[in-house]
Design a binder for this molecule. Structure first.
Ligand code: AHR
Length: 498
């Protein structure tokens, strides 16, 4: 059997994982909103038209934040179209996804939905077709108490208390050719800076996210990020990054290694932020908002434009996607000293964690489980592991560690959790040296694997891919021996003294 080992010490602290790392994303895209979270007439719909089956699954994920309303959608959106009496709301063309937007779900519905889920909203303003004026009006509507045009408009819609939305994204992917009203880095940087100032004058307590490059492969990366930060550094709190991992060369070994690129992107963005910090001669450290990340796979359902609620990138993820997804999550945990916000993209029906059928069932994609487990056990201090793992090479990557792992220690709860992906086709004996923790006891070893890497969950068979208890781990005097099954996702939990 292959062998790997990690030293896990409570003194090797990366940082406290921010609650906002456990976030997701709801965009007016395909059937995320319509026929996803919102389907009046569905058998489980509540008085607001929210599907309670979907609400129940979203609650299981223990989401801290949910980003809204896009995405590319935001760059052509008028938020005013989505508030007030539904019968008076206009039907619009959404050019981002070429769909019909009925506006029967808007800002106030989203805020009600997030309250039911128990999550905080992250709001994105339109810096594509609109700008400073729209942004200042929107924040006045959301966060100003009363006695002004937009705060009173909100109150006239039955929302007496301000929402107090804390985190605001200054637009979305404005470096992208696909974006409505794409901008140069200088144009965007100036606009973001001036918008940030106006928004803070309405509510000084907010946190702002500037748009970083929409991918590492963009020709303007990381120059876009540097230029934007030169304009905005003093005025924003976070720089965004996005990353989607799609299988390359139909090769599993390469696919499983691809989160290494995501991790490299994180390092590159940190380096760019720190470079600008030096240029600015400031002590302020820029934090990152990984406000879109996920795996991607060819959709199972074809998209038809100019519909409402037509599935877009509706995909049943495979077992192997869940392994890549798990590794992506681990790379976020390993940088929790700099990443404050992370939103899996998207929650429902577009490369989703939750799948629905119109008028039918809702169920969990395999990626649901690693997210749920990291959201449950990944809150605490992320620890820097010292790991020795066997490695492999592919045509695209070298020195890929077969065991990809991260650990989080929650001192208050007395919980130590090691998360590990076995990227290999053989079992690995994984030794953990945790003697630094003094007395520990073994709680459980949860494993998600399947004989077929292309196994999926369907509405007829929704539990084909799911984690099971009973992974092999023994603990003796602070040293554990764990067996990581081939191609598996593992959550190994210990109880530590509080
Ligand atoms: O799949 C979601 C889309 O991907 C978002 O709208 C956009 O920001 C990204 O390109």
């Amino acid at each position: 059997m292959l062998k790997a080992k990690s030293i896990v010490s409570k003194d090797f602290i990366i940082g406290q994982t921010n609650d906002r790392l456990f976030g997701s994303f709801v965009e007016h895209m395909g059937s995320v909103v319509y026929n996803g979270i919102y389907e009046p007439g569905h058998g489980t719909a509540d008085e607001d038209g929210f599907r309670q089956d979907v609400l129940g699954l979203a609650k299981e994920l223990n989401l801290s934040v949910v980003r809204y309303p896009g995405g590319n959608f935001t760059s052509g959106y008028n938020w005013e179209d989505g508030v007030g009496p539904k019968a008076e709301r206009p039907v619009k063309l959404d050019l981002a996804w070429r769909q019909i937007e009925p506006n029967s779900f808007g800002l106030d519905e989203f805020m009600r939905w997030t309250r039911k889920v128990g999550a905080e909203a992250i709001m994105t303003v339109n810096l594509g077709t609109r700008g400073i004026d729209e942004a200042r009006n929107l924040i006045e509507y959301c966060n100003f108490a009363r006695g002004s045009q937009y705060s009173d408009l909100r109150r006239s819609h039955g929302v007496e208390e301000p929402y107090g939305i804390r985190t605001w994204c200054l637009g979305n992917e404005l470096d992208g050719e696909w974006q409505i009203a794409r901008k140069t880095a200088d144009e965007y940087g100036r606009l973001a800076c001036e918008t940030a100032k106006a928004m803070r004058w309405v509510d000084p307590s907010i946190e702002l996210v500037a748009v970083g490059s929409s991918a590492r492969h963009m020709p303007t990366f990381p120059e876009w990020d540097r230029t934007v930060l030169m304009h905005t550094y003093e005025h924003v709190d976070h720089l965004s990054l996005h990353h989607y991992i799609g299988k390359k060369q139909n090769d599993t070994k390469t696919f499983l290694a691809m989160p290494m690129e995501m991790e490299q992107q994180i390092k590159d963005v940190i380096a760019t932020c720190d470079y600008v910090q030096s240029v600015k001669r400031t002590s302020k450290k820029m934090k990152l908002s990984f406000d879109e990340w996920n795996v991607w796979r060819e959709p199972d359902v074809e998209y038809t434009p100019w519909q409402t609620g037509c599935p877009y990138d509706w995909v049943k993820f495979h077992m192997e996607d869940a392994l890549v997804f798990g590794s992506a999550l681990l790379s976020i945990l390993r940088h929790s000293d700099r990443i404050d916000i992370a939103c899996q993209s998207l929650l429902v029906n577009t490369i989703p964690m939750i799948l629905t059928e119109k008028g039918g069932l809702a169920w969990r994609n395999p990626t649901f489980y690693p997210f749920q487990q990291v959201s449950r056990y990944g809150r605490g201090q992320a620890l820097r592991l010292v790991t020795d793992s066997p490695k492999y090479d592919t045509s695209l990557y070298t020195d890929v560690e077969i065991v990809d792992s991260a650990a989080v220690y929650n001192e208050e709860k007395g919980e130590l959790t090691v998360f590990a992906v076995n990227r290999g086709e053989e079992s690995v004996r994984y030794d953990l040296d945790m003697r630094d923790f003094g007395s520990l006891s073994f709680e459980e070893h949860l494993v998600m694997r399947h004989e077929r890497l292309n196994a999926v969950n369907t509405s007829d068979n929704p539990y084909e891919v799911r984690p099971q208890a009973g992974g092999e781990t023994t603990l003796d005097g602070g040293k554990a021996e764990c067996v990581l099954a081939p191609y598996s996702w593992n959550v190994i939990r210990f109880a530590a003294a509080k």
